[in-house]
Design a protein around this ligand. Structure first.
Ligand code: SAH
Ligand code: SF4
Length: 372
């Protein structure tokens, strides 16, 4: 059976080479070719003997998920669509900013947790993504954004940050998520610091402890409600891991986290969770946890009955947190003209090119034009 080398981190590659009678340092060489230089062709791996390259070609493949589309928003945000087989597609979003470039990637096709305000949740759960499908989103985005073609020569990174906030719940797919995270941090692969990689979870407590022990990157927790009664309704996994347990897990996580705070995400839903009283309740709830708040204006999607809180209401909510000395930022909505904003990722392949006036890039066409 051929192995997809993008499924393997350093330990996995070392084991793969050992199983074929090769030395451990081959893992390091191959990691660099695959991830640091973005090469998929064994013939290009010039510091590896020809006989081993031939052996690799027999035993292994390098197969990232196929990129079906790259749509670019008016504000420069890219939304990438990837084919993961069986009629499923997942999305990643690249958000360029002055000081950094953030890639938001998916970990599952769909999501089983069914949060009431999330379009990914509404489509149900299809399956966990493999390591190659998770890391392959970064690999492919780097190809398209030119990171492998010398754009990074002056030390600037095209993709400086990765957030696991796309489709799916990363901690419901912990094995593949942790292996992909290890690749992101590996100096022979992407070499990102733990502070620049963020896992967002709706609060799977046992897996939070596991992440802390195995690969403690920055943590964001989707809170969305100041009490169990409301959170049970918005984030159903709360019935299994209620707020008291979730906040205790956050404190445990902070013992090993690369940052000294947890980011609490809070989607503002008009008339549901955005009152002044709820802001004060939230402050009381989180008093014991060093944290920052990321307030997310709700992004509507077809079929939802929730509405986005008004700008003054969002400001009022933020001001109550700020007045108590808590850092609260309001997420600027990016890419909403291409349905690339938080919670809008649904991965449908249909109806993708209907909107007029938007740039839609079909990669095959682009390659043809480039004469490739
Ligand atoms: N499953 C993980 C990560 C993916 S969701 C989690 O829930 O944390 C990433 C973020 O987008 C979460 O904070 C989620 O609550 C938020 N989100 C989901 N639907 C949204 C919507 N319609 N508008 C704004 N944010 C949304
Ligand atoms: Fe799943 Fe996160 Fe959406 Fe909830 S918000 S359904 S956990 S992807």
């Amino acid at each position: 059976m051929t192995v997809n080398l993008l499924d393997l981190d350093a330990a996995g590659l070392t084991a793969f080479f050992a199983a074929h009678g090769e030395k451990p340092f081959r893992a390091r060489q191959v990691l660099r070719w695959l991830h640091r230089f973005g090469r998929a062709d064994f013939a290009a791996m010039t510091d590896i003997a020809g006989s081993l390259r031939e052996k690799l070609a027999r035993l292994a493949v390098v197969r990232p998920p196929a990129m079906l589309a790259d749509r670019v928003s008016d504000d420069g945000t890219h939304k990438f669509l990837f084919d993961v087989g069986g009629g499923n597609a997942v999305e990643s979003v690249f958000i360029p900013e002055e000081e950094r470039g953030t890639l938001c990637i998916s970990t599952q096709a769909g999501c089983a947790l069914d949060c009431s305000f999330c379009s990914t949740g509404k489509q149900g759960f299809n399956r966990n993504l493999t390591v190659a499908e998770i890391i392959g989103q970064l690999w492919q985005a780097r190809q398209v954004l030119g990171a492998y073609q010398g754009k990074e020569a002056n030390g600037e990174r095209v993709i400086s940050n990765v957030v696991l906030m796309g489709m799916g719940e990363p901690l419901a797919n912990p094995d593949n998520t942790v292996t992909a995270l290890r690749l992101m941090l590996d100096d022979n692969a992407y070499g990102l610091s733990r502070r620049r990689v963020t896992v967002s979870t709706s609060g799977l407590v046992p897996a939070m402890d596991r992440l802390r022990d195995e690969c403690a990157v920055a943590l964001a927790v989707s809170l969305h409600a100041p009490n169990d009664r409301l959170r049970d309704e918005l984030v159903p996994i709360n019935r299994k891991y209620p707020l008291r347990e979730l906040l205790a897990a956050c404190r445990r996580y902070l013992e090993k986290a690369p940052r000294d705070f947890v980011t609490f995400e809070y989607v503002l839903l008009d008339g549901v969770n955005d009152s002044a009283a709820q802001a004060r309740e939230l402050l009381a709830l989180t008093r014991e946890v060093p944290c920052k708040f990321n307030l997310i204006p709700f992004n509507p999607f077809p079929g939802t009955s929730y509405r986005r809180s008004s700008a003054p209401r969002i400001r009022g909510f933020a001001e109550i947190l700020l007045a108590a000395g808590v850092v609260a930022t309001t997420r600027r909505t990016r890419g909403d003209d291409i349905a690339a904003a938080c919670g809008q990722l649904a991965g449908q392949v249909l109806d993708r090119t209907r909107r007029t006036g938007r740039r839609v890039i079909d990669l095959r066409l682009e390659r043809q034009e480039a004469g490739a």
